[in-house]
Design a protein around this ligand. Structure first.
Ligand SMILES: [Zn+2]
Length: 89
């Protein structure tokens, strides 16, 4: 067997293994889920009512992280107005 051909075949196999390993690692990093964020605050029951000043729709929030007043949701492209926060009253 030609020695040079043998070296080339070994080199090609080694290159293929390296490419496969690197490619598999890259693909794994793409598909693996990102590390979990800090534990979100547990939902606690609240009774917060928001009203849309544009159309008058009312929205009652029944749970919020940590039971705190969340930022106002939007309706009709505007921030909703806080009507009542029975949980902290
Ligand atoms: Zn609205």
């Amino acid at each position: 067997m030609d020695w040079w051909l043998f070296v080339k075949v070994i080199g090609a196999v080694a290159a293929a293994v390296v490419l496969y390993t690197v490619g598999a690692a890259v693909l794994r990093s793409f598909f693996s889920s990102p590390p979990p964020d800090d534990e979100p605050a547990a939902l606690e029951p609240v009774d917060i009512r928001f009203e849309c000043l544009v159309c008058g729709s009312q929205l009652t929030m029944t749970a919020a992280p940590g039971g705190e007043l969340p930022s106002a949701p939007r309706h009709c492209m505007e921030e909703m107005h806080l009507v009542a926060d029975a949980s902290s009253a």
